[in-house]
Design a protein around this ligand. Structure first.
Ligand code: SIN
Length: 321
């Protein structure tokens, strides 16, 4: 199915947050020794022709290397998306973002926005100063998705591929096509400005809406990820439980082996934490698949969510309590 653009003139709003896509290196041959988050989003749009009937609006929300993404930026981003999506002449929102935590921001926005219009995150693996930067084509493709009639929900566009926020994971450290959607596969492809869908647009986001998008201050519950591995112990959980230096621990995500299995020493500490009132969730550290529930499990599982996404889901759940 190839989707067409809507007939009326509409705006697509491009929100900048930084990342390699806005990165600068000292030489055009350097694709890794750059500083992320240097070029403003309005400048990233220079030289990009909008699709016919589409006007672009640029707004800088943040300017960070996405490894340093913060809850406060997430909150601002969710609020700016909600603001722009409510404008009748806005077809959709594009967000330029670093690749490193892109899947987390996408999943967060999916969780808090009931996006009946498209919110499309995009990125680059090469800085803006590269000999052959990948950012401009990715931005152009993301704009095409945001302007496509019938598009909705939070998606990610990279290297001509459209992924859903729920399924996407960064799978490569260096290649331009650095993302995958595991067993689910991509939603579709962008080909010369046309979107070819192979699955339906995502539905069902926004179930955790109110607090992060609302005006009041948010105290994010502290949820940590602890990995199970050969030779694991309960020491990290014990330390987290006793640490008085940070906000009190509210939740734990166990990054488990295989089908949700946990080293017995770590499991013992996790069960103690759970008995003490900490919310504990198991999420597999495998790249693909989901945890298939077994009878008698004492620690609940996060299904197909990766540990970083399970952490976001748990934080939002605790925030809603
Ligand atoms: C970042 O995530 O901000 C830097 C890395 C990248 O965008 O590829």
């Amino acid at each position: 199915m190839v989707n067409s653009f809507s007939a009326e003139v509409q705006r697509v709003v491009v929100l900048g947050t930084g990342g390699t896509i806005a990165g600068k290196a000292a030489s055009s041959g350097d694709n890794i020794g750059y500083t992320a988050g240097q070029v403003g989003v309005a400048d990233l749009l220079g030289g990009i022709d909008a699709p016919t009937g589409v006007t672009l609006v640029a707004e800088q929300v943040a300017q960070v290397d996405s490894k340093d993404m913060s809850f406060e930026i997430w909150r601002q981003l969710a609020q700016r998306c909600a603001h722009w999506l409510a404008q009748p002449d806005v077809a959709g929102v594009v967000i330029t973002h670093g690749t490193d935590t892109l899947e987390e921001t996408a999943f967060f926005l999916h969780s808090v926005l009931a996006a009946a219009k498209p919110v499309v995150l995009t990125c680059a693996m090469r800085p803006a100063t590269a000999l052959a930067p990948d950012g401009p084509q990715n931005v152009r493709d993301a704009i095409s998705v945001a302007a496509t009639k019938g598009a909705q929900g939070v998606t990610v566009v990279c290297a001509g591929t459209v992924h859903s926020a729920v399924d996407i994971q960064k799978t490569h450290t260096y290649r331009l096509d650095a993302f995958g959607s595991g067993d689910a596969g991509p939603l579709g492809y962008v080909e010369e400005g046309d979107v070819r869908l192979v699955r339906s647009w995502p539905e069902g986001g926004g179930s955790q809406a109110s607090k992060p998008v609302g005006a009041g201050a948010v105290t994010w519950p502290r949820v940590e990820i602890v990995m199970s591995h050969a030779g694991a112990s309960g020491a990290v959980i014990d330390a987290l439980m006793s640490a008085a230096v940070l906000d009190p621990l509210r939740g734990l995500v166990l990054a488990t082996t295989g089908n949700g299995t946990v080293h017995h020493a770590l499991e013992e500490a996790a069960l103690k934490a759970q008995a003490a009132g900490i919310s504990v969730v198991r999420a597999t550290r495998c790249m693909s698949g989901r945890i298939l529930p077994k009878a008698g499990e004492q620690l609940r599982d996060a299904g197909a969510l990766t540990p970083v996404k399970a952490r976001i889901a748990l934080m939002l759940e605790l925030l809603g309590e």
